[in-house]
Design a protein around this ligand. Structure first.
Ligand SMILES: [Zn+2]
Length: 191
């Protein structure tokens, strides 16, 4: 859409004729050319007409709104896949810890049963029982360590899931905002 007027611009050096230098920054109507014509029309004139974008496109600001809303929505959407991937990785890590824990618990139970032979008065049972008691202590420490690591991962997972929930909610809001601004722009263009 063509604007009804323009701003006269000169190259602003010493060679600009004084009559044009006087017009620098002034507004003229396309329908009423000043003496010598519009910028660039006069012999050797290097001046140009600066369009007022906002005037040239009456929907300019609506288009900016629409583009900004779209950009925000797209930026936002782009974050979601990596968060989803992080959540899946954490879930796998937690499953790994759960598996480790089930094995460690079985080992602990086995050591617990084995440690009972300490009461049987036979040669070597005391040694075997002693080893089993030590093994129990090691396994219980390992179980606590694994449980602590798993708690940490679970807390991380909860945090990420919360971020994901907020992102999804914001994304819905941004999507609606984008749709509205798009409609407003299209209405403006159609009017
Ligand atoms: Zn000129």
């Amino acid at each position: 859409m063509q604007s009804s007027h323009y701003t006269w611009r000169t190259v602003q050096d010493g060679k600009v004729r004084s009559s044009h230098a006087d017009r620098e920054g002034k507004v003229f109507l396309w329908t009423k050319p000043p003496k010598g014509g519009h910028p660039g029309e006069d012999f050797n004139c290097r001046c140009w007409a600066e369009q007022n974008v906002a005037e040239a496109d009456k929907c300019y600001y609506k288009r900016l709104d629409k583009e900004e809303a779209q950009r925000k929505y797209e930026d936002h959407s782009a974050q979601l896949p990596s968060i989803e991937a992080d959540i899946q990785n954490l879930k796998l890590e937690i499953e790994g810890y759960e598996y480790d824990l089930s094995i460690l618990n079985q080992l602990y139970d086995a050591a617990d049963i084995a440690s009972n032979v300490i009461t049987i008065p036979l040669p070597h049972t005391r040694i075997f029982g002693g080893f089993s008691v030590v093994a129990k202590v090691i396994f219980i420490a390992k179980i606590h360590e694994t449980e602590a690591a798993m708690r940490e991962k679970n807390a991380e997972l909860k945090e990420l899931e919360e971020i994901q929930r907020i992102l999804l909610r914001d994304n819905e809001r941004l999507r609606v905002k984008f749709k509205f601004s798009e409609q407003a722009y299209e209405q403006c263009m159609g009017s």
